[in-house]
Design a binder for this molecule. Structure first.
Ligand code: FES
Length: 101
C-alpha cells in the first residue's frame, strides 16, 4: 500500500490505492481546506506533488482548467480532491494557499 508523506509537517500515512489525496491528508491529521466540497471548483486544496506524481490519477479537464486559473502553478500542482492515489509512494507539500475562489 502506498505511503503519503505530507510536507512541511512530515506526517505520513499508509493508504489504500484508489483513495483521494485530500482524504489521505486529512486522515494523517493535517489540515487542508475543501471550500467547494471536493468538486474541483476552487483552489483551496491546491498542493505541490514533490515525489510520485506518476502514481496519481491523470489530470482531467476540469482540474486542469481550475489549475490554469491559479497564478504561479507548475507541473507539480494538483487539486488534492481530484487526485486519486495509485500504487506508489508520494510526497506532497501543502501550500496554505488559496485565492478564496
Ligand atoms: S476542494 Fe475545491 S477544488 Fe478541491
Amino acid at each position: 500500500m502506498p505511503v503519503v508523506t505530507i510536507k512541511p509537517s512530515n506526517k505520513t500515512i499508509t493508504v489504500t490505492s484508489g483513495s483521494r489525496l485530500v482524504d489521505a491528508i486529512l486522515a494523517a491529521g493535517d489540515t487542508i481546506a475543501e471550500k467547494c466540497g471536493g468538486k474541483g471548483e476552487c483552489d483551496s486544496c491546491h498542493v505541490f506533488v514533490q515525489e510520485g506524481r506518476k502514481s496519481l490519477s491523470k489530470l482531467q479537464r476540469k482540474e486542469n482548467e481550475q489549475l490554469d486559473q491559479i497564478v504561479g502553478i507548475g507541473s507539480k500542482s494538483r487539486l488534492a480532491c481530484q487526485a486519486i492515489i495509485g500504487e506508489e509512494d508520494i510526497t506532497v507539500e501543502l501550500l496554505g494557499f488559496s485565492s478564496g475562489r
